[in-house]
Unconditional design. Structure first.
Length: 410
């Protein structure tokens, strides 16, 4: 019997007991579908983390002020301006692995254009900020040295601010007011999306750092040139950890901290935090896929069980075929192909279920999923392997039957 004949014989045998065949493949269907869903969810989480890392800027360290104590009460991070613009300049100047160090100040403010107004976050930055954050300008221009030197009243707008202040209009060249101070719009920032904490990065306006100190934010940052944070972009990803230690040593030296004194600043590796989250998501996806693969094994056991029943029911048929010249390997091939066909049909239905599940999670669960051809091939191949592994024993048992005893079987 050639393989094609064996395949058609297997399909006829499965068709004779459709309901039993469907119930037998249920474990394979659920297992394959679950594996595809879990792998797509894990890949989606990884892709989302890559997107978030890209939106924040790669190889990025963030330095924020440390804690302070007032009247015996210990306040939180950033409660006093312990880092300055001069610290940023020293980091960029003295540490060779640093590409740029960008100081920023920030505060909230009401932005007004005509009869429209919008409450947003105001950032005072330098041109290094755009390099550190890898933030492009879609139209207009960046801040110039003259803008910083003269504390110019110019501003760049994020997409969210533009949508709320300039619906259907070009904001370039327009005059807006930030805390009642007039500013000219010189540029539009490329859309970045949300941070890992859900903050809208595009809901922001950027002005020159000296302008923020002198005209808009002022307050405690007006004296001492204090800043809210310093973004440090490292040249190479492999140098981030070492650069973090160098920055720490330099700042402790500049702040005259003695051995044993607590740091008056905090250094955070943003990329590392996100990569750790991505690793956790991937590990969870692998764990869930491993649990889902148990369904495939259970489905394989079901296939073995039903094939053993089928061998018992068709003992006389097997004996008759052997009597008319069928060889043992023909019987082995027929039952093995039948088991694999059963498994592959379940695998195909499981692929459809997995694709539908992945699309449903992405659409209604609002969780990013990435469907990869490799995951489908892996699940489908595993289903075929299950059919071979669990179908071999019943097929071997059928092939080893004694023709005379098989013909006598009632």
């Amino acid at each position: 019997m050639n393989p094609v004949d064996a395949l058609f014989a297997a399909l006829r045998a499965l068709k004779a007991n459709v309901l039993r065949s469907v119930l037998t493949t249920l474990g394979i269907i659920i297992g394959v579908g679950a594996v595809i869903v879990m792998i797509s969810v894990g890949a989606g989480a990884e892709a989302r983390m890559d997107q978030l890392i890209s939106s924040l800027g790669s190889n990025l360290l963030m330095i924020i002020p440390g804690t302070s104590t007032l009247g015996g009460v210990r306040l939180g991070h950033g409660s006093r301006p312990t880092i300055t613009e001069e610290d940023a300049q020293a980091i960029q100047r003295e540490i060779s692995t640093v590409q740029v160090a960008a100081p920023i100040v920030r505060g909230s403010g009401q932005v007004v254009f005509g009869n429209q107004n919008w409450g947003t976050t105001v950032y005072g930055v330098t041109p290094e900020y755009f390099i550190a954050r890898e933030w492009e300008i879609t139209s207009g221009r960046d801040f110039t040295p003259e803008d910083l030197k003269g504390a110019a009243k110019v501003v760049l707008l994020g997409e969210t601010v533009i949508k709320n202040l300039f619906p259907g209009q070009d904001p370039l060249g327009q005059e807006i007011r930030i805390k009642r101070v007039p500013f000219t719009v010189i540029g539009v920032l490329k859309e970045k999306g949300e941070t890992p904490m859900g903050q809208d990065q595009d809901d922001a306006v950027l002005i020159p750092l000296p302008t923020a100190w002198k005209r808009v934010l002022g307050g405690r940052f007006l004296s001492g040139r204090g800043v809210n944070a310093i973004f440090v972009k490292v040249r190479d990803s492999g140098e981030v950890a070492g650069t973090s230690q160098e920055v720490k040593d330099l700042l402790r030296q500049r702040h005259h901290l003695k051995s044993g004194d607590e740091d008056d600043f905090v250094i955070r590796n943003l990329s590392q935090i996100l990569e750790t989250r991505a690793e956790s998501s991937r590990a969870m996806a692998v764990l869930l896929a491993a649990v889902a693969s148990i369904s495939l094994v259970v489905g394989g056991i079901g296939i073995m069980n039903i094939m053993l029943v089928s061998v018992t029911e068709r003992t006389r048929e097997i004996g008759l075929r052997m009597a008319v010249g069928a060889r043992r390997r023909d019987i082995l091939a027929q039952f093995l192909i039948e088991a694999v066909t059963l498994s592959l049909i379940g695998g195909a239905m499981g692929v459809i279920l997995g694709l539908m599940g992945s699309v449903s999670i992405a659409r209604w669960g609002e969780w990013p999923t990435v469907i990869e051809a490799e995951s489908i091939a892996l699940a489908f191949g595993f289903a075929a392997a299950v059919g071979v592994f669990f179908g071999y024993y019943p097929a071997r048992k059928a092939a080893r039957l004694n023709p005379i005893e098989a013909l006598r079987y009632e």
